[in-house]
Design a protein around this ligand. Structure first.
Ligand code: PEP
Ligand code: MN
Length: 263
Protein backbone atom coordinates (compact mmCIF):
# COMPACT_ATOMS: atom_id res chain seq x y z
CA UNK A 1 0.00 0.00 0.00
CA UNK A 2 2.90 2.37 0.62
CA UNK A 3 4.47 1.67 -2.76
CA UNK A 4 4.71 4.19 -5.53
CA UNK A 5 4.05 1.39 -7.96
CA UNK A 6 0.54 1.18 -6.56
CA UNK A 7 -0.06 4.94 -6.44
CA UNK A 8 1.92 7.27 -8.68
CA UNK A 9 0.76 10.59 -7.24
CA UNK A 10 2.03 12.01 -3.95
CA UNK A 11 -0.18 11.55 -0.92
CA UNK A 12 -1.06 14.79 0.82
CA UNK A 13 -2.07 14.36 4.45
CA UNK A 14 -4.43 16.85 6.02
CA UNK A 15 -3.53 17.50 9.65
CA UNK A 16 -6.18 19.68 11.21
CA UNK A 17 -6.50 21.72 8.02
CA UNK A 18 -2.76 21.94 7.26
CA UNK A 19 -1.42 19.90 4.35
CA UNK A 20 1.70 17.78 4.69
CA UNK A 21 3.00 16.75 1.28
CA UNK A 22 2.46 18.55 -1.99
CA UNK A 23 3.92 21.92 -2.85
CA UNK A 24 4.22 23.71 0.46
CA UNK A 25 6.79 22.93 3.11
CA UNK A 26 5.16 22.08 6.45
CA UNK A 27 7.02 23.14 9.58
CA UNK A 28 6.11 21.38 12.82
CA UNK A 29 7.79 23.09 15.76
CA UNK A 30 7.60 23.25 19.52
CA UNK A 31 9.27 21.96 22.64
CA UNK A 32 10.25 18.36 23.25
CA UNK A 33 7.74 18.13 26.08
CA UNK A 34 4.79 19.94 27.60
CA UNK A 35 6.30 21.24 30.84
CA UNK A 36 3.81 23.92 31.93
CA UNK A 37 0.99 25.91 30.30
CA UNK A 38 3.21 29.01 30.30
CA UNK A 39 6.24 27.24 28.82
CA UNK A 40 4.14 25.73 26.05
CA UNK A 41 2.16 28.85 25.27
CA UNK A 42 5.18 31.12 25.11
CA UNK A 43 7.11 28.70 22.92
CA UNK A 44 4.13 27.98 20.67
CA UNK A 45 3.37 31.68 20.17
CA UNK A 46 7.00 32.25 19.19
CA UNK A 47 7.09 29.42 16.62
CA UNK A 48 3.79 30.53 15.19
CA UNK A 49 4.99 34.11 14.84
CA UNK A 50 8.06 32.79 13.01
CA UNK A 51 5.89 30.85 10.53
CA UNK A 52 5.44 27.32 11.91
CA UNK A 53 2.07 25.86 10.92
CA UNK A 54 1.87 22.91 13.32
CA UNK A 55 2.71 22.54 17.01
CA UNK A 56 4.60 19.61 18.52
CA UNK A 57 5.14 18.68 22.17
CA UNK A 58 5.12 15.41 24.08
CA UNK A 59 2.78 14.51 26.91
CA UNK A 60 4.06 10.93 26.91
CA UNK A 61 7.85 10.87 26.67
CA UNK A 62 9.96 7.78 25.94
CA UNK A 63 13.02 8.31 28.13
CA UNK A 64 16.19 6.28 28.01
CA UNK A 65 16.41 6.38 31.80
CA UNK A 66 13.40 5.33 33.87
CA UNK A 67 14.17 8.29 36.15
CA UNK A 68 13.82 10.91 33.38
CA UNK A 69 10.74 13.14 33.09
CA UNK A 70 8.17 10.94 31.34
CA UNK A 71 5.65 13.64 30.52
CA UNK A 72 2.48 14.96 32.16
CA UNK A 73 0.20 12.45 30.41
CA UNK A 74 -3.48 13.39 30.22
CA UNK A 75 -2.90 16.75 31.89
CA UNK A 76 -0.22 17.55 29.34
CA UNK A 77 -2.53 16.60 26.49
CA UNK A 78 -5.15 18.98 27.82
CA UNK A 79 -2.65 21.83 27.92
CA UNK A 80 -1.46 21.00 24.43
CA UNK A 81 -5.00 21.02 23.05
CA UNK A 82 -5.78 24.33 24.74
CA UNK A 83 -2.64 26.03 23.46
CA UNK A 84 -3.14 24.64 19.96
CA UNK A 85 -6.73 25.88 19.90
CA UNK A 86 -5.80 29.24 21.32
CA UNK A 87 -3.18 29.83 18.62
CA UNK A 88 -4.94 28.00 15.80
CA UNK A 89 -2.15 25.43 15.42
CA UNK A 90 -2.94 21.73 14.81
CA UNK A 91 -1.05 19.51 17.25
CA UNK A 92 1.24 16.53 16.78
CA UNK A 93 2.03 14.41 19.84
CA UNK A 94 3.44 11.02 20.64
CA UNK A 95 1.47 8.02 21.82
CA UNK A 96 3.51 5.21 23.39
CA UNK A 97 0.98 2.72 24.67
CA UNK A 98 -1.98 1.01 23.04
CA UNK A 99 -3.97 1.80 26.20
CA UNK A 100 -3.57 5.54 25.50
CA UNK A 101 -4.41 5.52 21.79
CA UNK A 102 -8.11 6.37 22.15
CA UNK A 103 -7.69 9.44 24.34
CA UNK A 104 -4.59 10.73 22.55
CA UNK A 105 -6.51 10.38 19.26
CA UNK A 106 -9.35 12.34 20.76
CA UNK A 107 -7.08 15.23 21.75
CA UNK A 108 -4.50 15.37 18.96
CA UNK A 109 -4.67 16.17 15.25
CA UNK A 110 -1.80 13.80 14.46
CA UNK A 111 -0.40 10.86 16.41
CA UNK A 112 3.36 10.44 16.52
CA UNK A 113 4.92 7.01 16.77
CA UNK A 114 8.37 7.47 18.25
CA UNK A 115 11.58 5.93 17.00
CA UNK A 116 11.66 3.46 19.87
CA UNK A 117 8.21 2.19 18.99
CA UNK A 118 8.56 1.94 15.24
CA UNK A 119 8.43 -1.84 15.44
CA UNK A 120 5.83 -2.05 18.21
CA UNK A 121 3.36 -3.86 16.00
CA UNK A 122 0.49 -3.85 18.49
CA UNK A 123 0.82 -0.06 18.72
CA UNK A 124 1.04 0.29 14.94
CA UNK A 125 -2.16 -1.71 14.54
CA UNK A 126 -3.98 0.30 17.20
CA UNK A 127 -2.83 3.65 15.82
CA UNK A 128 -3.62 2.51 12.29
CA UNK A 129 -7.21 1.97 13.36
CA UNK A 130 -7.53 5.21 15.36
CA UNK A 131 -8.74 7.41 12.50
CA UNK A 132 -6.11 10.15 12.88
CA UNK A 133 -3.12 11.02 10.70
CA UNK A 134 0.10 9.43 11.91
CA UNK A 135 3.68 10.67 11.91
CA UNK A 136 5.90 7.58 11.92
CA UNK A 137 9.45 8.14 13.04
CA UNK A 138 12.19 5.93 11.71
CA UNK A 139 13.57 3.54 14.32
CA UNK A 140 17.01 4.20 15.78
CA UNK A 141 18.47 1.22 13.96
CA UNK A 142 15.81 0.57 11.37
CA UNK A 143 16.56 0.03 7.72
CA UNK A 144 14.45 1.92 5.22
CA UNK A 145 12.75 -1.33 4.33
CA UNK A 146 11.76 -1.95 7.97
CA UNK A 147 10.50 1.63 8.25
CA UNK A 148 8.35 1.28 5.15
CA UNK A 149 6.98 -2.03 6.43
CA UNK A 150 6.02 -0.28 9.67
CA UNK A 151 4.15 2.28 7.53
CA UNK A 152 2.55 -0.67 5.74
CA UNK A 153 1.17 -1.88 9.11
CA UNK A 154 -0.54 1.49 9.60
CA UNK A 155 -2.00 1.49 6.12
CA UNK A 156 -3.03 -2.15 6.31
CA UNK A 157 -4.94 -1.29 9.48
CA UNK A 158 -6.98 1.17 7.43
CA UNK A 159 -5.08 4.44 7.78
CA UNK A 160 -4.05 6.11 4.50
CA UNK A 161 -2.77 9.26 6.27
CA UNK A 162 0.79 8.31 7.09
CA UNK A 163 3.71 10.76 7.25
CA UNK A 164 7.24 9.34 7.40
CA UNK A 165 9.79 11.10 9.62
CA UNK A 166 13.55 10.63 9.27
CA UNK A 167 15.08 11.47 12.68
CA UNK A 168 18.58 10.11 12.46
CA UNK A 169 19.93 6.63 12.90
CA UNK A 170 22.60 5.11 15.08
CA UNK A 171 25.91 4.69 13.32
CA UNK A 172 29.55 4.23 14.41
CA UNK A 173 29.90 8.03 14.63
CA UNK A 174 29.64 9.27 18.23
CA UNK A 175 30.29 12.97 17.52
CA UNK A 176 26.59 13.63 17.07
CA UNK A 177 23.65 12.04 18.89
CA UNK A 178 22.52 10.35 15.68
CA UNK A 179 23.45 10.45 12.02
CA UNK A 180 20.75 12.19 10.01
CA UNK A 181 20.21 10.02 6.95
CA UNK A 182 19.33 12.49 4.24
CA UNK A 183 19.95 9.82 1.59
CA UNK A 184 16.69 8.41 2.86
CA UNK A 185 14.66 11.41 1.73
CA UNK A 186 15.01 11.16 -2.06
CA UNK A 187 15.28 7.37 -1.83
CA UNK A 188 12.04 6.97 0.10
CA UNK A 189 10.25 9.53 -2.03
CA UNK A 190 11.11 7.40 -5.04
CA UNK A 191 9.81 4.21 -3.41
CA UNK A 192 6.65 5.54 -1.78
CA UNK A 193 3.97 8.16 -2.34
CA UNK A 194 3.89 9.11 1.36
CA UNK A 195 5.11 12.54 2.55
CA UNK A 196 8.51 12.64 4.23
CA UNK A 197 9.39 14.97 7.09
CA UNK A 198 12.87 15.42 8.57
CA UNK A 199 13.64 15.98 12.26
CA UNK A 200 17.13 17.51 12.42
CA UNK A 201 16.79 18.08 16.18
CA UNK A 202 16.92 14.40 17.15
CA UNK A 203 18.95 13.76 14.01
CA UNK A 204 21.88 15.80 15.30
CA UNK A 205 21.27 16.32 19.01
CA UNK A 206 22.97 19.72 18.78
CA UNK A 207 21.15 23.01 18.24
CA UNK A 208 23.94 24.62 16.27
CA UNK A 209 23.73 21.88 13.64
CA UNK A 210 19.97 22.13 13.25
CA UNK A 211 19.77 25.12 10.87
CA UNK A 212 22.22 23.68 8.33
CA UNK A 213 20.59 20.25 8.40
CA UNK A 214 17.13 21.79 8.09
CA UNK A 215 18.15 23.57 4.91
CA UNK A 216 19.84 20.41 3.65
CA UNK A 217 16.68 18.41 4.32
CA UNK A 218 14.61 20.86 2.31
CA UNK A 219 17.17 20.75 -0.50
CA UNK A 220 16.95 16.95 -0.42
CA UNK A 221 13.22 17.17 -1.09
CA UNK A 222 11.65 16.84 2.36
CA UNK A 223 7.96 17.74 2.55
CA UNK A 224 8.36 19.17 6.00
CA UNK A 225 10.52 19.66 9.07
CA UNK A 226 9.97 18.82 12.72
CA UNK A 227 12.07 21.12 14.90
CA UNK A 228 12.41 21.37 18.66
CA UNK A 229 12.25 24.92 20.02
CA UNK A 230 12.15 25.97 23.68
CA UNK A 231 11.61 29.41 25.17
CA UNK A 232 14.64 28.77 27.39
CA UNK A 233 16.58 25.69 26.23
CA UNK A 234 18.98 25.78 29.17
CA UNK A 235 16.03 25.03 31.42
CA UNK A 236 14.31 22.44 29.23
CA UNK A 237 13.29 19.27 31.05
CA UNK A 238 14.31 17.19 28.04
CA UNK A 239 16.37 17.68 24.87
CA UNK A 240 17.54 21.19 25.76
CA UNK A 241 20.86 20.78 23.96
CA UNK A 242 19.13 20.29 20.61
CA UNK A 243 16.34 22.82 21.12
CA UNK A 244 16.59 26.08 19.21
CA UNK A 245 16.19 29.45 20.85
CA UNK A 246 13.10 31.16 19.45
CA UNK A 247 15.32 33.79 17.78
CA UNK A 248 17.37 31.04 16.11
CA UNK A 249 14.19 29.43 14.84
CA UNK A 250 12.95 32.73 13.46
CA UNK A 251 16.22 33.23 11.63
CA UNK A 252 16.07 29.72 10.21
CA UNK A 253 12.51 30.27 8.97
CA UNK A 254 13.75 33.35 7.19
CA UNK A 255 16.33 31.36 5.24
CA UNK A 256 14.22 28.30 4.47
CA UNK A 257 12.02 30.02 1.90
CA UNK A 258 14.84 30.53 -0.57
CA UNK A 259 15.86 26.86 -0.46
CA UNK A 260 12.26 25.66 -0.67
CA UNK A 261 11.69 27.88 -3.70
CA UNK A 262 14.79 26.49 -5.41
CA UNK A 263 13.77 22.80 -5.23
C1 PEP B 1 10.48 13.39 20.18
O1 PEP B 1 10.03 13.74 19.08
O2 PEP B 1 10.54 14.15 21.17
C2 PEP B 1 11.08 12.03 20.30
C3 PEP B 1 11.16 11.41 21.46
O3 PEP B 1 11.55 11.58 19.12
P1 PEP B 1 12.22 10.18 18.72
O4 PEP B 1 11.17 9.15 18.91
O5 PEP B 1 12.60 10.42 17.29
O6 PEP B 1 13.42 9.99 19.61
MN1 MN C 1 12.73 15.35 22.04
Amino acid sequence: LVSRELQAHDTVVDVGGVSIGGDRLAVIAGPCAVESPEQLHETAAAVKAAGATLLRAGAYKPRTSPYGFAGHGIEGLKVLREVGDDLGLPIVTEVMDTADVAHVAEAADCLQIGARNMQNYALLRAVGAAGRPVLLKRGLSATIQEWLLAAEYLMAAGNPNVILCERGIRTFEPATRNTLDLNAVPYVKGKTHLPVVVDPSHGTGARDLVPAMSLAAVAAGADGLMIEVHRDPSRAWSDGAQSLYPAQFEQLMGSIGAVAAAV
